[in-house]
Design a protein around this ligand. Structure first.
Ligand code: 5AD
Ligand code: SF4
Length: 443
């Protein structure tokens, strides 16, 4: 018998969309690792290509098909190459993907990717594999424990998936399904394991992460309780969470922002719009005023909190007056950063059926909104000059001796001649504010 190990097969994963997809891609790569796959950074030498897709806006979904089209030549050259589509487009379109693009061998939804090994084997036998179930079994229980390889200083950890909010524009409740939380012990174990492998900052992920209610000691744990539990892990220095809904910012979670040193003063709290009429039609179940009051309460306990948000312009029936209300809300809330999008009709969602705002009006509003956001972002970033922040160093910079890391407010900070290692946290005095980053010196 030969003791030569078989050549590893190569896996190329391309990830679209949110951080939850980044996390899922890692877990998919680890799972296929059990089948003898190692990751490659190029599709050209891959034995399997997996696109982990996003369905949130039309453009995101269309990108997948144009990317698949590009692999025609590769597949013709290498008939053994397997091509798979994972993520939310897979969930939403299922079999339709294989009809539209016959070179696809495998389609797997976000809740069934623990079944990838069997599916991959099926494709090796020449069959197509499709699984977009919402299975009974817990995907995370079925996934093998994570390999022990060393990691960088920051990591994502999915603790909650799905959403029951049904905002009128959003496909997430359909593609990711109902809200489910992972048991607290499972999360704590995974966090300890990440810390053992060098991670110092964990970002807890969920489509509606602050609705977290995972089974734990003494009953269901809230996100606040989970944050406090994670804080006890030695070696874990920083905790963040994203993305949150205003209606799930409980008193306890607000208090945690004031009390829990490891919880970073940065919060992504999308409001989407500032007009109560539009918020109602979006089915957001909060008003502009209740959102602003919530921000006040958060800043009472954590005055330096950096706020981030998401905005949609040109939602059906949005008038100029409604749009002005969004600008007013932005002025009142003061964002450190924000993401903004033109409303995109998504099949199967309630707002897709309504009267649409003209494309040029959407573009004009988006431009004006982004100008205001950019101005706020600039002002808040420039105001950091002269202040001292703590920086978790993540990588070497482009200049010799330079290191780059993130402040507690998630600003990228460059430090020249920094005698610090990756994963170290140091106090840094900010001396300059550039386009997208800050420069500082070690204190
Ligand atoms: N059109 C435009 N933006 C959308 N988002 C979600 N659905 C849509 C849509 N149909 C945005 C929201 C959400 C973010 C992740 O994407 O702002 O918070
Ligand atoms: Fe989509 Fe977020 Fe609304 Fe849920 S809360 S429906 S994920 S926008």
């Amino acid at each position: 018998m030969s003791d030569l190990k078989p050549e590893p097969k190569k896996l190329f994963i391309k990830t679209y969309g949110c951080q939850m997809n980044v996390y899922d891609s890692e877990r998919m790569a680890e799972t296929l690792g059990g089948q003898g796959y190692v990751e490659t950074s190029s599709p050209d030498d891959a034995d399997m290509i997996l696109l982990n897709t996003c369905h949130i806006r039309e453009k995101a979904a269309e990108k997948v098909y144009s990317e698949l089209g590009r692999y025609k030549g590769l597949k013709a050259e290498k008939p053994d190459l397997k091509i798979g589509v994972a993520g939310c487009v897979a969930q939403a379109e299922g079999q339709e993907i294989m009809r539209r693009q016959p070179l696809v061998d495998l389609v797997v939804g976000p809740q069934s990717y623990h079944r990838l090994p069997e599916m991959e084997a099926k494709t090796r036998e020449g069959a197509k594999a499709l699984d977009t179930d919402f299975p009974e079994e817990d995907k995370f229980e079925r996934l093998k424990s994570r390999p022990k390889a060393a990691r960088g200083p920051t990591a994502f950890l999915t603790v909650q998936e799905g959403c029951d909010k049904f905002c009128a524009f959003c496909v997430v409740p359909y593609t990711r399904g109902a809200e489910v939380s992972r048991p607290a012990v499972q999360v704590l174990d995974e966090a300890r394991d990440l810390v053992d492998r060098g991670v110092r900052e964990i970002t807890l992920l969920g489509q509606n992460v602050n609705a977290y209610h995972g089974a734990g000691e003494g009953g269901d744990w809230s996100l606040a309780r989970l944050v406090r539990g994670l804080s006890k892990i030695d070696g874990l220095a920083r905790i963040r969470y994203t993305t949150s809904h205003p209606n799930d910012m409980t008193d306890d979670l607000i208090a945690a922002h004031g009390e829990c040193d490891k919880l970073m003063p940065y919060l992504h709290l999308p409001v989407q719009a500032g007009s109560d009429k539009i918020l109602k039609r979006m089915n957001r179940a909060h008003t502009a005023e209740s959102y602003l009051k919530l921000i006040d309460r958060l800043r009472e306990v954590r005055p330096d909190l950096h706020l981030s948000g998401d905005f949609i312009v040109g939602f059906p029936e949005e008038t100029e007056e409604d749009f002005q209300a969004t600008l007013d809300l932005i002025r009142a809330a003061r964002y450190g950063t924000a993401f903004s999008f033109k409303y995109s009709t998504r099949p199967g969602t309630p707002a897709a059926e309504r009267d649409q705002v003209a494309e040029d009006v959407k573009s004009d509003r988006l431009q004006r909104l982004q100008a205001l956001i950019n101005q706020q972002q600039r002002e808040l970033q420039d105001a950091m000059v002269g202040r001292e922040v703590s920086v978790l160093f993540e990588k070497e910079g482009r200049l010799p001796g330079q290191m780059v890391g993130k402040s507690e407010y998630l600003h990228a900070v460059h430090v020249a001649e920094a005698n610090v290692a990756r994963g170290e946290i140091a106090r840094v005095r900010i001396v300059d504010s550039a386009a997208n980053s800050l420069a500082g010196v070690l204190n």
